[in-house]
Design a protein around this ligand. Structure first.
Ligand code: NAD
Length: 264
């Protein structure tokens, strides 16, 4: 354990279960001495999140559907009533119809395009609006993205388009909020087996491909994303904003399959 976030208060949005990337980040933040609040979506998730929260001594839990302005307002009102202010925010939320996370991007429907952009992109801006008001002493905001924003990945489809927009919004938010010493960054995580990832077609193949072809020749863990998040959320990251940091075993630098990589 360390004191990198001692005395800091942070809201973590997107813990669904103990496989969630948000859970890896929450553990790293708790280990660094932060006081945490969690938001979860609906009663089904509440049952799974409550024991996880309790294991870290987290008592502030808020129901928040980021597709609803009222729900976001209620969540941030809860944070304000509990703490009055906020030091950091983690947005680890994304959603799309899994029927469109396979097959062709060109077949994406208008309804799912809008819904995916709303829940996976606009929601970060929506929560940044509320968090800004509570970050009266500067702050750090973090979201999660994927390489499918930069290059075409099989089955990622509309989610890749959404992540490209999310990464662009990180840059615009960084500019707007930088004057108040609020930093805004993204982590581009390599593939990790989570609930959301299980909706992506052939996800096991993607995992295997990354394992065999990334410079580190393995996949990353929730814990490793947690450690990188700690850098961006704490004073260690004080000079970094508007950045998308890859935590992907280096996969994003590979231009061609290595000669020693087996065929799969
Ligand atoms: P996860 O399923 O554990 O987390 C996704 C979360 O989004 C869940 O907690 C879910 O409740 C929440 N969510 C969905 N719709 C919501 C809504 N309307 N309101 C509030 N919450 C909502 O999966 P994860 O892989 O940990 O995903 C977290 C983030 O990491 C996502 O943005 C995902 O795109 C990103 N990411 C994942 C991977 C991966 O391989 N798992 C790689 C790169 C980036």
């Amino acid at each position: 354990s360390n004191n990198l976030l001692a005395g800091k208060r942070g809201l973590i949005m997107g813990v669904a279960n103990d496989k969630s990337i948000a859970w890896g980040i929450a553990q790293a933040c708790a280990d660094a001495g932060a006081e945490l609040a969690f938001s979860y979506m609906g009663d089904n998730f509440k049952k799974r999140v409550e024991p996880l929260a309790a294991s870290l001594g987290v008592t502030q839990l808020f129901d928040c559907d980021v597709g609803s302005e009222e729900s976001i307002d209620a969540c941030f009102k809860g944070v304000e009533e509990a703490w009055g202010r906020l030091d950091f925010l983690v947005h680890a939320i994304g959603f799309s119809d899994k029927n469109e996370l396979r097959g062709r991007y060109v077949d994406t429907s208008r309804d799912n395009f809008k819904m995916t952009m709303d829940v996976s992109v606009y929601s970060f801006t929506a929560v940044a609006q509320r968090a800004e008001k509570l970050m009266t002493d500067g702050g750090s905001m973090l979201t999660l993205t994927y390489y499918g924003a930069e290059q075409v990945m099989p089955h990622y489809n509309v989610m890749g388009v959404a992540k490209a927009a999310l990464e662009a919004s990180v840059m615009y938010l960084a500019e707007d909020l930088g004057k108040d010493n609020i930093r805004v960054n993204a982590i581009s995580a390599g593939p990790i087996k989570t609930l959301a990832a299980s909706g992506i077609g052939d996800f096991r193949y993607i995992l295997k491909w990354n394992e065999l072809n990334s410079p580190l020749r393995r996949n990353v863990t929730q814990e490793e994303v947690g450690k990188a998040a700690l850098f961006l959320l704490s004073d260690l990251g004080s000079g970094t904003t508007g950045e998308t940091l890859h935590v992907d075993s280096g996969y994003h630098v590979v231009g061609m399959k290595a000669v020693d990589a087996p065929d799969i």
